[in-house]
Design a binder for this molecule. Structure first.
Ligand SMILES: NC(=O)c1ccc[n+]([C@@H]2O[C@H](COP(=O)([O-])OP(=O)(O)OC[C@H]3O[C@@H](n4cnc5c(N)ncnc54)[C@H](OP(=O)(O)O)[C@@H]3O)[C@@H](O)[C@H]2O)c1
Length: 321
């Protein structure tokens, strides 16, 4: 006997509910694995033995990158520091070496120059056992703008820095990781990858690239002993968000960079994707409940608020200077 329309409807409903519940349980399990277990088991993983003695951090002179560099040094990793400002790099290297018993090397590179700088970085990294690559460097709009308003150079820099640097740096370090059959590539994306984000359109699109790149890369190389971790943080209190005073104060949902980095590094080797910070994990869970279209509109509303913050508070101060 064929099932009636009501029976089919009930079955589809049941399967949908079961799917949602299974997803919720899976998210909870991942959250426990990423954030709770590292807190319960205080024993830290020996990153150097697990992946290799050197870590490369791009965009390391400020914000998340700087915090990652300090936290990795605290965990006994030697550091290759890459950023665009030589003086800041030298200062950071000295500060790290004075606080932690690790070696540092600095490379001055402006990732907005694209492929032109790749060979020089490759040469400087030659012979070093790079255990961890943190593809952190990133550029955001100065403030939320319509695409037509963003200066052409700024758009092109965002694409070169956010997409180009991660892609080329990964390609540079992979061969020696493959030889040793170990290593970790950590790609710092953003929660803006979770849906299109009006008024930060190009920034969000570059982060969607990072997600896709990371997920495919992981499948390509996981059998070779390479860990590919992809992080999607929500807001962190750094200069990147100077457009709004709301994002320049530490809170539960807007941690400072050291708090973020400490939490995020704890998740390395435990989960392949994470927001990196437990409270962002909760935000992620609730963000993903509505469909993409709804999230896109909510994102647009949020960015209009930040745009107003910039126009009313930040821009007048800048024109006063
Ligand atoms: N902050 C957030 O709310 C947030 C949220 C989600 C994801 N993220 C992601 O987290 C990563 C770090 O962001 P952040 O907030 O720490 O940024 P940030 O505070 O603006 O720091 C950016 C770092 O990158 C360096 N840098 C900028 N342009 C560069 C270039 N062309 N070449 C080389 N280095 C360059 C800067 O060097 P100088 O010091 O010399 O300028 C600085 O050290 C980015 O990928 C970002 O997309 C941030």
């Amino acid at each position: 006997m064929l099932p009636s329309g009501i029976e089919i409807f009930a079955l589809v409903g049941l399967v949908t509910v079961a799917y949602i519940i299974a997803n919720i349980f899976w998210d909870i399990l991942l959250a426990i694995q990423a954030h709770l277990i590292p807190r319960l088991i205080r024993r830290q993983v020996d990153l150097s033995a697990k992946y290799g003695p050197w870590a490369v951090v791009t965009g390391c002179t400020d914000g998340v990158g700087k915090a990652y560099a300090f936290e990795l040094a605290k965990r006994k990793m030697n550091l290759v520091l890459i950023s665009r400002t030589e003086e800041k790099l030298q200062l950071l290297a000295r500060e790290i070496e004075s606080k932690h018993a690790v070696k540092t090397a600095v490379i001055t590179a402006d990732f907005s120059k694209g492929q032109a700088i790749a060979r020089e970085i490759e040469l400087k990294l030659k012979g070093m056992q790079i255990g961890i690559l943190v593809n952190n460097v990133g550029k955001q709009y100065t403030y939320p703008m319509y695409v037509g308003e963003v200066p052409e150079q700024e758009l092109w820099d965002i694409i070169n820095i956010n997409v180009g640097a991660t892609t080329l740096m990964t390609r540079i370090v992979l061969p020696q990781m493959l030889l040793r059959k170990k290593g970790a590539v950590v790609n710092v994306s953003s929660s803006s990858e979770l849906q299109p984000l009006p008024l930060m359109t190009v920034y969000a699109a570059t982060k969607a690239y990072i997600r896709s790149f990371s997920e495919a890369l992981r499948v390509e190389y996981q059998s070779e002993g390479i860990t590919v971790q992809h992080l999607s943080p929500f807001f962190i209190n750094t200069k990147m968000n100077a457009f709004s005073h709301r994002l320049q104060e530490n809170s539960l949902l807007v941690p400072d960079a050291p708090t973020y980095a400490e939490n995020a590094i704890d998740t390395l080797g435990r989960v392949s994707h994470s927001t990196g910070y437990w409270a962002h994990g909760l935000q992620y869970f609730f963000t993903m409940i509505p469909p993409v279209l709804v999230r896109t509109y909510v994102g647009a509303v949020m960015n209009h608020v930040f745009r107003k913050d910039y126009m009313h508070n930040v821009k007048p101060q800048m024109s006063f200077l």
